[in-house]
Ligand binder design. Structure first.
Ligand code: SAM
Length: 291
């Protein structure tokens, strides 16, 4: 492929190089900002899944414009991949779904919380849409989990989302924590892609909510859930139904049950119509006939 063909096909790829951004993704964050003014008054931010770093570049530029003292600005960028250094951006190399990485990020904001958390995380797509959407949603939940620890009340969370068939569940999970949840598709995001960005404004966790490490993808031990209290603890009722003197499904019973004198084997009422093992059964039968 010629050197210029991608420049022809992808205007944002070309512009990114011309304007000095490390990736065309920079335009997505800039266009989201044009609509929602997400950098207004922001001095402290987290960039999750940040490599190669164009969103961190945007953050660095915009946040420095909000103050006369660059020391007021704090940006923490996290990614699985190493990232070339950027002025004023602290880097953490790690997996955002791991408790150890989450704790490292949280420590950075102990004392003074972040005004903004952004996450452009994308898994390596498999091409199997359901699986890709599921992994993407788990990444988003891991990002949300970190956000609940580091974001100040009233803060903003922006994250990549795949608009798959189960996306409304994610919207309602986000709505538990933010007053406004909007989905945004920047011009620079290809129409052929199911990616969009949730813009979640005014962080307002439920009254009494204490951030925990409870996220399906995080490597916590499941017994941790038992330690939750108050609104964090949701106990699902367990109901054993049926007559307790009925047969126990885990016990073997004699063929002659109480009160019976004869036993007669009966075929199942309906055999499977086309079971996956049908072919093997037929092959075995043929082998026996041919012997
Ligand atoms: N916003 C970035 C920029 O502007 O340069 C581009 C991000 S790129 C689309 C997606 C990134 O997500 C990749 O760098 C990948 O390594 C990262 N990623 C995927 N899963 C991750 C995980 N579990 N933890 C940390 N980073 C992850």
């Amino acid at each position: 492929m010629g050197k210029t063909s991608k420049d022809k096909r992808d205007i944002y790829y070309r512009l990114a190089k011309e304007e000095g951004w490390r990736a065309r993704s920079a335009f997505k964050l800039l266009q989201i900002n044009e609509e929602y003014d997400i950098f207004k008054g922001v001095l402290r931010a987290v960039d999750l899944c940040a490599a190669p770093g164009s969103w961190s570049q945007v953050l660095s530029k915009k946040l420095r414009q909000n103050t006369d003292n660059v020391d007021d600005v704090k940006i923490v960028a996290v990614d699985l991949q190493a990232m070339a250094a950027l002025p004023g951006v602290k880097q953490i190399q790690g997996d955002i779904t791991k408790v150890s990485t989450a704790n490292e990020i949280i420590q950075e904001f102990e004392g003074s919380k972040a005004d903004l958390v952004v996450c452009d995380g994308a898994p390596d797509v498999t091409g199997l849409h359901d699986i890709d959407e599921y992994i993407q949603s788990q990444l988003l939940l891991a990002a949300l989990n970190i956000t609940t620890h580091v974001l100040k009340d009233g803060g903003v969370f922006v994250a990549k989302i795949f608009r798959g068939k189960d996306v409304t569940l994610l919207y309602s999970q986000l709505k538990q924590f933010f007053e406004y949840v909007t989905v945004s598709k920047p011009q620079s995001s290809r129409n052929s892609s199911i990616e969009a960005f949730v813009v979640c404004q005014n962080y307002t966790p439920p009254p009494g909510y204490t951030p925990t490490m409870a996220n399906p993808l995080l490597d916590h031990k499941y017994c941790d859930f038992n330690e939750f209290t108050g609104v964090n603890r949701f106990i699902v009722p367990f109901n054993a139904c049926g007559d307790l003197s009925a047969y126990d499904s885990d016990t073997s019973y004699p063929l002659l049950l109480e009160g019976q004198t004869t036993y007669e084997y009966k075929e199942p009422v309906q055999s499977p119509i086309n079971p996956p093992y049908k072919e093997v059964l037929e092959m075995t039968k043929n082998l026996q006939i041919n012997k």
